[in-house]
Every structure is written in structure tokens, then in C-alpha cells.
Design a protein around this ligand. Structure first.
Ligand code: SF4
Ligand code: SF4
Length: 252
């Protein structure tokens, strides 16, 4: 899931310093699972922000609280239409995609990020999430025993381990960072695929990563259905217009 953490209150208060009516909008998806942007956090942030602004900016603000099921789907943005019309600005505590989805739908409302979005992670123990995927768009986990060197190697190297691997730990911080290439070695050994480690991995095709400009994921079958639906609607509208024209002519 996508993990994120709340920005410091000082930073959020600074963003909204010119506004008195604010909507804090939470997301019921990933960020509620990692306890940073769900309904409960919206309530806590609303109280904390009001208090912070009162104490540090010497003014009262009005805060509306709302949480939608997901901030990564257009259909849910419509649900906040009335609330958006009543406020001067919105603090979004969804991930960065949520903030930008809202900006697309509400171009006249200032939308501020209340969270710092991290990466794609799994929960290790309660309250601790560790990055597992950097969304490179061209997965190579089948070659590395299911462990990702792009997200988990400090140098993102594809043919590891490097000379800084010692006793299973990474030289970048030997106390806390496991060398993923050591883990890959152990994993390949345990599944009888150790020969993989001796194969030189070719240079990765990064054109599928974010360096190649904004990425899109398109399900052609769904897009086709939408287009067909749209076409049907247009045909019906044209038919109705023709019927209306014919009726008007016959009356006139
Ligand atoms: S190889 Fe790419 S897609 Fe696969 S887990 Fe790593 S970053 Fe994610
Ligand atoms: S020690 Fe391991 S994890 Fe650290 S940079 Fe080298 S290969 Fe990557």
C-alpha cells in the first residue's frame, strides 16, 4: 500500500495562514490503514490545527471535516462538491495522487497537502511499514527471488551485492539496513535458483519508470467499453434531436 505521514503542524498552519474556512479531507484507503489520513486522523488534525492557529496566529478558524472512501477515484470527488463550495481552502490528507486529483476537479479551490507521501510498503510490525516497491513499471522480481533491489538496495544496483555488504548488512547503515542482495542470495539458495546470482543482469529499461514523463495505465478493454457507451449515448442524443426537429417541422 501507499504509505504517508502527517506534515508538521507548523507547516500546515503556514499553508492556510490566509484562509479562515478550511476543509480537512481524509481518505479511507491506504493512508487510513497507515494511520495518517483516515477519518480518525481528520478529527484529530482538525482539533490540533484549530488550537495551533489560535495559539500561534492569534485567530480562530472554521474547520469542516470529511473523509471519502478513496481519493484516487474521480467518482468520490463529487461527494465533496457542497463542502468545497462552502470553504476557502482544503487540506487534503490523502496521498499526493489524491491532492492532484482534487486539483483537477476543483481548479478554483486552493488544495494543500497535509501528508508527506512515502512509497509502496508493507507493514512489518504494528506501526512500522517498510518500502518494498518503487513502481519502476518493469518488474524483475522473477529474477531476484521476489526481493526488489530497486526499492531495497541503497544503491539500486542490479548486480549485487556490492563490496559494502558485510554480515548481511548494508554499508550505508550496518546497524539498521539489511543488504537486500544478501537476502536475494539466501532466497535464491533456498529455492534452488542460485545460478541466477551469477547471471549478469543487463541494463534496466528505465523508460517505464517515472523518468520517462507522466505514466498511464490503460486497460484497453475497459477504455473500449467506455468509448462504446459514449458512442451509444451520442447516437441516442442525435436521434432525439432529429425527432424533436421533425416534430417541430410537422407542427410548423
Ligand atoms: S522491480 Fe520494479 S515493479 Fe518490481 S518490485 Fe521492484 S520497483 Fe516494484
Ligand atoms: S551493501 Fe547491499 S544493499 Fe547496500 S548498497 Fe551494497 S548491495 Fe546494496
Amino acid at each position: 500500500m501507499i504509505v504517508a505521514e502527517q506534515k508538521p503542524m507548523e507547516e500546515i498552519a503556514e499553508m492556510i495562514k490566509d484562509f479562515n474556512k478550511i476543509l480537512i479531507l481524509g481518505c479511507g484507503g491506504c493512508v487510513s490503514v497507515c494511520l495518517s489520513g483516515g477519518e480518525k486522523e481528520v478529527g484529530i488534525m482538525a482539533s490540533a490545527l484549530k488550537m495551533f492557529v489560535k495559539n500561534n496566529q492569534n485567530r480562530d478558524i472554521e474547520i469542516k471535516e470529511m473523509t471519502i472512501s478513496r481519493q484516487c477515484d474521480w467518482e468520490y470527488f463529487d461527494m465533496v462538491k457542497d463542502a468545497m463550495a462552502e470553504v476557502e481552502a482544503c487540506v487534503c490528507i490523502g496521498c499526493g495522487a489524491g491532492v492532484q486529483g482534487l486539483v483537477d476537479v476543483y481548479p478554483n479551490v486552493p488544495i494543500f497537502p497535509g501528508l508527506n507521501t512515502g512509497g509502496l510498503a508493507v507493514g512489518k510490525v504494528p506501526g512500522v511499514w517498510e518500502e518494498r516497491c518503487a513502481g519502476c513499471g518493469n518488474c524483475i522480481l522473477h529474477l531476484t527471488g521476489g526481493l526488489c533491489p530497486i526499492a531495497r538496495c541503497s544503491k539500486h544496483i542490479l548486480n549485487g551485492p556490492c563490496g559494502g555488504s558485510e554480515k548481511g548488512m548494508c554499508e550505508v547503515d550496518p546497524k539498521t539496513i539489511e543488504c537486500v542482495w544478501h537476502l536475494i542470495y539466501e532466497r535464491l539458495k533456498s529455492i534452488g535458483k542460485l545460478d541466477n546470482i551469477y547471471k549478469i543482469m543487463p541494463m534496466k529499461d528505465w523508460s517505464t519508470s517515472s523518468d520517462g514523463g507522466v505514466r498511464h495505465l490503460t486497460r484497453e478493454d475497459m477504455a473500449k467499453l467506455d468509448a462504446e457507451e459514449e458512442h451509444k449515448k451520442n447516437v441516442e442524443l442525435e436521434k432525439k434531436a432529429e425527432e424533436a426537429e421533425a416534430a417541430a417541422k410537422s407542427q410548423g
